[in-house]
Design a protein around this ligand. Structure first.
Ligand SMILES: Cc1cc2nc3c(=O)[nH]c(=O)nc-3n(C[C@H](O)[C@H](O)[C@H](O)COP(=O)(O)OP(=O)(O)OC[C@H]3O[C@@H](n4cnc5c(N)ncnc54)[C@H](O)[C@@H]3O)c2cc1C
Length: 235
């Protein structure tokens, strides 16, 4: 654990030929040529990006499903991972609270709203200590970890390996970078996006909150970054 209360995110796997693979998938739809010839025919980045943008903007999303990326994630709360695992096109392997017995004080995440208030933070820390004592009492009494864990809080830190294809990655970014998303998953997904953009800068325009792609906000309560759908339609 790095102890800074922040998600620890590392991109551990992605294809080397991501752009060319997506381009080949896009071009194959409109070409009589063999896909392998398309793949070998160009390294013109501008040309590839132009076609990819056209195809993605028209909703031909199968073309971006060929790319799979994997992240190693740690130091996130169970509250956060519970939200992440709602994404049904992702694959997860998460640290088990059945097989991994907590020893001593379990790691936990303190939300910034509590962290910044010294008195509330002290109460939070004390409460985590009490939970830890109770958990330990159960374990010492022979209660299996899978049952003792019932007292562990949403704040308990977890780690997981998460894989997803590029279509789902863009969807995840569009939903979870929105200011309506909860702070921790927003931070986590931002770190996932940053890690991927660092290696594949061409993805930057896609790994954005949904309003950036839509051109408007479709949320009930808007942060004001873009006009709302209602404002645009004048209703
Ligand atoms: C700001 C915010 C607040 C939220 N609040 C709540 C809440 O209060 N309570 C709650 O329960 N959840 C809440 N959620 C979770 C939300 O309802 C979704 O479960 C989660 O965001 C996953 O989104 P998804 O279904 O679009 O994505 P994924 O599961 O990643 O799926 C991607 C896309 O695949 C398609 N798809 C996947 N499965 C199906 C299916 N079975 N049938 C048809 N199409 C499918 C859909 O087009 C979907 O958008 C919230 C999410 C956000 C971002």
């Amino acid at each position: 654990m790095d102890g800074n209360n922040q998600p620890v995110v590392n991109l551990i796997s992605k294809p080397d030929n991501m752009l060319k693979t997506v381009y080949t998938a896009c071009r194959t739809c409109y070409s009589a040529d063999y896909p392998i010839n398309i793949y070998n025919s160009t390294d013109d980045k501008e040309k590839m990006l132009k076609l990819i943008e056209r195809v993605i903007s028209s909703g031909h999303y199968s073309t971006i499903e060929h790319i799979q990326v994997t992240f190693a994630i740690a130091n996130v709360s169970r509250a956060c991972t519970h939200q992440l695992v709602r994404h049904r096109h992702m694959s997860f392997s998460q640290k088990s609270q059945r097989y991994v017995k907590e020893k001593g004080q379990f790691d936990y995440i303190i939300p910034p709203t509590i962290e910044k208030d010294d008195a509330l933070k002290a109460e939070f820390v004390e409460f985590m200590g009490k939970i830890s004592e109770q958990y330990q009492k159960f374990v010492d009494a022979g209660i299996p970890a899978e049952d003792a864990r019932f007292v562990l809080p949403n704040a308990a830190a977890s780690s997981l390996v998460a894989s997803l294809n590029l279509r789902e990655m863009i969807h995840l970014a569009n939903l979870r970078l929105c200011t309506r998303a909860q702070y921790e998953i927003r931070t986590l997904v931002k770190k996932m996006c940053d890690a991927l953009i660092a290696e594949e800068p061409w993805l930057k325009p896609y790994l954005v909150p949904k309003c950036e792609r839509l051109g408007f906000c479709d949320e009930d309560k808007s942060c004001g970054r873009k006009p709302t759908q209602k404002e645009l339609l004048n209703v």
